[in-house]
Design a protein around this ligand. Structure first.
Ligand code: DQA
Length: 150
């Protein structure tokens, strides 16, 4: 598959602490490890990946707004903002790009307040529970979406 498209992979709050943060839930890989997996897989798919993380809701919103003109799709693990942020949902709507939602953990096996994500309502689909491999699966899903588009 040679698609030649650009995908923004966004990570929300506390994901910079992967590897240290609750390893029994999120595993032992760091966010740099996850990025390396994504960069390697994206090359196979012919996708260019811009991989970012922020602990700040407004910064994530700004990056999503910029993606509207700079990227072809968004893969997002908004962390806890998935459950709370209408601002991120609104930004994803205005971006008018295909969105794939990813969570490392199976949010439906966890506390009830994690069962609802605002992102899901705008996403083409959601992958959760497969740890960092979920990002790779998300890239496969995005490649298929972008391939069908062109
Ligand atoms: C998470 C799940 C969220 O509920 C949590 O707040 C996170 C990480 C995940 O990847 O499993 O920060 O998005």
């Amino acid at each position: 598959m040679a698609i030649n498209a650009s995908v923004l992979i966004l990570n929300g709050p506390n994901l910079n602490m992967l590897g240290v943060r609750e390893p029994q839930i999120y595993g032992s890989l760091t966010l740099d490890d996850v990025e390396a997996m994504c960069q390697e897989h994206s090359q196979r798919l012919g996708l260019e990946v811009d991989f970012r993380q922020s602990n700040h809701e407004g910064e994530l919103v700004t990056w999503i707004q910029q993606a509207r003109s700079e990227n072809d799709g968004i893969i997002i693990n908004a962390g806890a903002y998935s459950h709370t942020s209408l601002a991120i949902l609104d930004a994803l709507i205005l971006a008018e790009l295909p969105v794939v939602e990813v969570h490392l953990s199976n949010i439906f096996k966890r506390e009830p307040f994690r069962h609802h994500s605002h992102v899901t309502s705008v996403a083409r689909g959601m992958i959760c529970g497969f740890g960092p491999q979920g990002y790779v699966l998300g890239l496969d899903a995005m490649a298929q979406i972008l391939n069908n588009r062109s």
